[in-house]
Structure formats: structure tokens, C-alpha cells
Write a new protein. Sequence first.
Length: 328
Amino acid sequence: MVSIDTYTGTGAAEWYPKDIPAHGGQAFSFADYYMASTSTIITVQFTSDSGKESWVDIALPTAAASWTKASGAFLVPDGTVSLTVQHLLKGAGTLTVDDYSLSPIAARFSAGMVTIAFDDGWESAYQFAFPILQNAKMPATFAIISGSVNNPNYMTSDQVTTLLSAGEEISAHTRTHARLPSLSPDAMKNEILGSRLDLQGLVGNHVSTFAYPYGAYNAPAVQIAEQSGYAAARTVERGYNFPGSNRFLLRAMTVDNTTDVPTVKSWIDTAVNNHEWLILVFHQVNADYGGSDLYTISSADFQTIVNYLADKKVAIVTTATGASKLLR
Ligand SMILES: [Zn+2]
């Protein structure tokens, strides 16, 4: 058992097994039994050939008074030489663990997939990206801040319904773009479930995925997303998704003003070559944009990325469709 009496906001308590050798492209399923007085986190720690460590959260088990099974699965990133799995206590409380197990599982889909996602519901995405998507016959996922619909610079309700009619996915992104982990459970529910209800008022029963604002999540946020009727939720943790990915901790690559197009092409190549699911997250797109706003890219760059996706003949799926191919 590990315990923390007073948590100061950094660090964690855990015990974990010694690293085992691993390499890119492998996938594993992890399970243990635990009892905990508070929410905990199961994290995989990868060590690369250059000695660099990186981490992926694979499950956020909630408090449990009796022995409870926790499980998660993960894909080993390229360049990895070893890994270990940690069940972490990151707050005041106690955690007892037993019976760690790690088993290899299928690492690949039958083919790579790419999701084109737009966060926030900016009007510029409607005005400049939507026509490019329609021309290319590629469906995208638009994660809408429901409380911003009809506000200046955001889409109107008519534009949101037009997207749905054109085959785009409407996804929820809270009511006010709140940073969820800082909210009480009731306020979280208002943001997570409330945005789904707001958007269903516009587009009917077609709102099945969610995106965490700022990619910020914790165990209560994940649990409320599950309880709000979503099939999946997306973070902005960098990485690719594979058949065993946690559908409420989907990983993504953000494309912003500092991302050059060859880098995006290399991500697409990785998804295609490794049969993984890549979610590309965009915000604003503007014609001939040359400014410095981090979250705005030019229509020309967006068109180049769409053309590359078309050339690669990779399946373009909405977040909901991609999530429907996950195992767990
Ligand atoms: Zn956002």
C-alpha cells in the first residue's frame, strides 16, 4: 500500500515493476486489482533509445473500498527500448495494488485511419475549411462550445445544422470551454452533459463524442463523460490510437501555426504505415493567413493537408466512426 497524507500538487506515490524491454509497434493490455480511497491513475512510462522518458495515462480508476479490477491498454511508441506500468496515487489518500499483469494484444487496425477535427466551433472553420472538406468528400468532426453558438466569430446555429446535414459530425466541447479538472462534480456535469443536451436541441440525437477543453481531464471528468451518454472523448495528448485505446482518453495531434505541413504529412504516413488511427485537431482556418495567432492556419496549408490525405487514399473517419472500431 502507498499513502499520501498531504498532497502539495506535484509528484506521486506508487510502486512499480522494473522496466521490461519493448519496441515500437507492440501493444499490451495491463490489469491489476486495487483498493483506493480516491481516484488514481494508471500510467505507462516509456524509455527511448536516447534515454528520454515519456508517459501515457491508460486508465483513471475511481475510489474503490474493496478489491476492484482496473485495466487499460497501450501502444508502444517508436524508439522505445523499455517500459514499466505505474498505478499512481496523486492526491491525499491510500492506494493498495496487487496482481499486476501485462499481456501482448493486437497493435493494428486492418488499415490506418485519420480523423479531421475542428475544436471550438469557429466560424472560420465553417467558412474556409468546410468547403475544402466538401470538395474532397471528407467528413470531419466539429467539436462545438455550445454556449458560444451564435456569438461573434463562432458558428451560428444554422451553420451547425448545415454541417450535420452535409455529413459532418457534431461533437460537444462543453458549454463555456471550462477547464474541467478545476470544477466541482456538479459544475462538470453542467458543462459535459449540458453541452450535449444543448447541441441535441440543435441537431437531434447525433452528439456521441466529446472533446475536453485544453485537453484537460481527470478521473471525475472521464467518469461524467461516460455517464453523459458519450461513446468516446478526446484529449490533446500527443499520439496515435490503436484497437485497445481507451475510448475516453483518445489521443490526437494538434495542428497549429507552428506545425509545418511536412510534419503533418509524416504523422499521416505513420498512421498509414502502422495501421493506426490519427486524429488531427485544428481550430481556425483562414484564407491566405499569414498572421501569428497560434490556432489559425492558412486555407492553403489546410488544402495541402487534405490533398495529401486524398493522395494517400487513407480512410477519413469521424471521431464517432473511429471510436466504433475500438475494442474496449
Ligand atoms: Zn477548445
